[in-house]
Ligand binder design. Sequence first.
Ligand SMILES: Nc1ncnc2c1ncn2[C@@H]1O[C@H](COP(=O)(O)OP(=O)(O)OP(=O)(O)O)[C@@H](O)[C@H]1O
Ligand SMILES: [Mg+2]
Length: 404
Amino acid sequence: MEAAQSIILDLGTSSVRCGFSGEDLPRSIFPSKLPKEKEGREVMKLLGRMEGIDGKVESVDVGGKEVGLGEVMERGEIKNWELLTPLLEHTFTTHLDLATDALSHPILISEPPLASKESREKLTEIMFEVFKVQGVCFCNSSVLSLFASGRTRGMVVECGSGKTNVVPVFEGFSLPHAILNLPAAGQDVTEYLQKNIQDKLGYNVVKDMKHSLANCKPVTGPNSIRSKVEYSLPDGTPIQIDGVYTSAACDLLFNPDEYGIDNVDGGIGEMVGKCMEMVDKDVRQDMERNVVMAGGATMIDGFTERLNEEILKSEGLERLKDEWQKQNIGERIGELPGTNLNVIPNKTCREPGYNSQRKHAAWIGGSIMASLDTFQSIQITKQDYEDSGASGEYKKLVHRKAVV
Ligand SMILES: Nc1ncnc2c1ncn2[C@@H]1O[C@H](COP(=O)(O)OP(=O)(O)OP(=O)(O)O)[C@@H](O)[C@H]1O
Ligand SMILES: [Mg+2]
């Protein structure tokens, strides 16, 4: 491996994705949780074979053994800083095969949109003080996801495990005044299924069931699923599930208030409509033509089709149309809002490579970003950090250089 390669780290609510710049996919994806007891590396390795663990899961069955878990992340934010250092050490040694006393690499870290400055500063300190990296760079995960789809302009809908963000991006930077957030995502879909299906099933089984049965069909009306659906447990035993739950579990992302989730901006479709209203009219067409999905929960069956419908009937878009019609009496400004809506992936225009990989989009965008010549200019180097000494001057630099 060349010394110039950078480490790319995406710390998600359910999974850590890690690897090296220039590579197509993360080298490793594993849960962002740690066994509570120090049961040794064997358990960590077994845990590493699971892709991610959603939400508040206190224990999982790992190779026939029940393992208690400590959470590092909560809804995209680092929640337990004490557990973070061991998790990072595990990432670098077990998953990237690096010696952690001095990492001879720079690191690119993807962070959630509107990440706290305090968290960025603390992570910088840990990276330089504990792991002695060569440089640190922070990038907004939605900007990176858009980048992975080959774009620098568009509206990213990032729906992972712990949170959903709608982020307008123009020329590689987000427009922070118009970023909207919903505190619900894939973990809430899993939890809904776990609570509502009659048979009490373990976490791993429910998650597998979600991946094969959850869908974004409407909960009522002619296109809803009204019959029972069959699912085979890992031992082959068939069970019957009320079909409506497989749709309702995902409906909570589109109608959160009906499921007890408070969000002033409504569900994902409404959020996109509002975001369209909030961006400058000069960039709205770019946003409308490039509504790009990212994150694991957007893989749920029918997600993009449902989102497309929800945006077209959103109040935000209706208000924009009214406004457009009023203004159009005098002067015509672009096309009627909604005319060119393109939610990506769109079945009619294939995006080679991106569609199936969109759950890794933030990581892939990081890998591309760190391979560019300009990467040097957006990182704070070990030298910058050391020169800053006790003055804390590096803090200003780290925020100034972050791609947010
Ligand atoms: N094929 C699939 N079908 C349905 N859901 C899926 C699929 N693949 C992954 N998911 C869900 O996506 C979620 C994980 O997404 P992702 O890995 O993007 O989240 P994260 O990066 O860990 O969290 P976050 O970005 O929210 O902090 C889980 O809820 C998982 O069950
Ligand atoms: Mg993520």
